[in-house]
Design a binder for this molecule. Structure first.
Ligand code: GLU
Length: 462
């Protein structure tokens, strides 16, 4: 049997990082099995769905290289088909019109609450033979309440639910629009979905959806319910823990390969492997290694992975990736300097934002200085920096990295000042920070005249 899966996000909000992991697991499962991976946009909630969110879903998946097969299915374009199935079920006696008013149902709910009983629709309209005039009915499924339903979930294992817990769920609302439960089932069937892989928050829906599959006489797909992602404190991942939307990670300067690798390892493992290429992920992915317990999002781990992938990228590709993050247009000279300094710059960056921030040394003189820099901006430091600037200007000191390094070392010895004191003062003057690549490398890449001018402007911009 050839495998066909789908990722079915609702564009009612920005794509959550947890949903991206669902997409990735679907994608890897399909590619590993030479199956198909489809995309379905579940936009039937017209009030909350936006085209902007839909476009973001496409953008994020493309960014992560999670390519889907065929055209995306837009659920709202299939409403007539969903309605047709509901009416068909009524004709076959598998569903019925229910004329109970919201007020009546509310009363019953309150009564149940008072008695401390769980509420379930009592099936009042099940056997109704004549319609009630003046009320637009909903269509309800005649649920099978005998026996139980068992699934063999790819992640959760065998799960059984008593059918007596099932209520006659609504298929069409009183305005004739299909409910989410109905649309999902009809689309999964019509698309020929063989495996439904989604978050375990959908597990209870699955048993209700199976009732619809059965009423229609359709094959039931295999299910895989992935545990949700939690924050470091064990609570469901939310804004409180930091960024939760996929687009935020893109904008915060994470590389797609790092996000993809991180999400893969969140809930799936292959021995002790931490760094896993896309090719290996496709080769190795299986639900046998997806854990049942919730995963905890570890920002520090993600940053380390991102740092790894930054160092893995070629300098040219990194520069290309960095360009949109600069708030100003770079000249060819800037780009050349950054490329030449990239090995040192990328050695310590954990995000593209950090990398761009440190590369600014090759774009412009510091426009401000960190508070901690003041320590290296005393009259004593200013005098040393001016002295060094003079020596560079007169040609006594070279702008070649190694030569300058040994000259400044000798100078420090002569004046009985610690080298680090001079290097830090130079660093502050050149980049406005206390952390940067070697100051001698920076001077070499900036050239003598730019370096001299920055060394002299040491403390003018607090
Ligand atoms: N649209 C649903 C959601 O975003 C997913 C439905 C499904 O995967 O079956 O939660």
């Amino acid at each position: 049997m050839s495998i066909k899966v789908r990722f079915a996000p609702s564009p009612t909000g920005v794509l959550h990082i947890g949903s991206v992991r669902t997409a990735l697991f679907n994608y890897l499962f399909a590619r590993h099995n030479n199956g198909e991976f489809c995309l379905r946009i579940e936009d039937t909630d017209k009030l909350r769905s936006t085209d902007e969110n839909t476009q973001l879903i496409f953008k994020i998946l493309k960014w992560l290289d999670i390519d889907w097969d065929g055209e995306p299915v837009i659920q709202s374009s299939r409403i007539e088909r969903h309605k047709e199935i509901a009416h068909d079920l009524v004709k076959k006696g598998k569903a019925y019109y229910c004329f109970c008013t919201p007020e009546e149902l509310e009363q019953k709910k309150i009564k149940c609450q008072e008695l401390g009983q769980p509420y379930k629709y009592d099936g009042k309209c099940r056997e109704l033979t004549t319609p009630i005039v003046g009320i637009s009915p909903v269509v309800r499924l005649k649920s099978n309440t005998d026996g139980s339903t068992t699934i063999n979930d790819m992640v959760q294992g065998v799960v059984t639910v008593k059918n007596s817990q099932m209520d006659d769920l609504v298929l069409l609302r009183s305005d004739g629009t299909p409910t989410y439960m109905l649309s999902v089932v009809v689309d999964d069937h019509d698309m020929g979905i063989t495996h439904v892989i989604r978050g375990d928050d959908h597990l209870t829906n699955t048993f209700r959806q199976i009732q619809i599959f059965n009423a229609c006489g359709w094959n039931i797909p295999t299910f895989g319910h992935i545990p949700l992602i939690y924050g470091s404190d064990g609570a469901k991942l939310s804004k409180r823990h930091g960024a939760v939307s996929a687009i935020d990670y893109m904008q915060l300067g994470y590389l797609p390969e790092a996000i993809s690798n991180y999400l893969l390892r969140l809930g799936w493992s292959h021995g002790d492997d931490e760094i896993i290429s896309r090719d290996d992920a496709i080769k190795w992915f299986s639900f046998d290694n997806v854990g049942k317990s919730p995963s905890r999002f570890d920002m520090a781990k993600l940053q380390n992975l991102n740092g790894h992938y930054i160092r893995e990228r070629s300098n040219e590709s990194l520069l290309e990736y960095m360009l949109p993050f600069f708030k100003l247009e770079l000249s060819e000279l800037h780009k050349k300097r950054i490329l030449r300094g990239m090995d040192s710059l990328k050695a310590r960056a954990k995000t593209i934002i950090e990398l761009v921030d440190s590369a600014m040394v090759y774009v412009q003189a510091p426009t401000s200085y960190d508070e901690k820099c003041r320590k290296y901006q005393t009259d004593f430091h200013t005098e040393i920096l001016n002295d060094i600037a003079n020596k560079i200007e007169s040609g006594e000191f070279s702008c070649d990295e190694e030569t300058l390094c040994s000259q400044v070392k000798d100078y420090a010895k002569e004046r009985n000042i610690k080298l680090v004191e001079i290097a830090q003062a130079m660093r502050v003057a050149l980049c406005g920070k206390l952390v940067s690549p070697s100051v001698f490398e920076i001077v070499a890449l900036l050239g003598c005249s730019e370096s001299v001018s920055r060394l002299r402007a040491n403390k003018s911009k607090h």
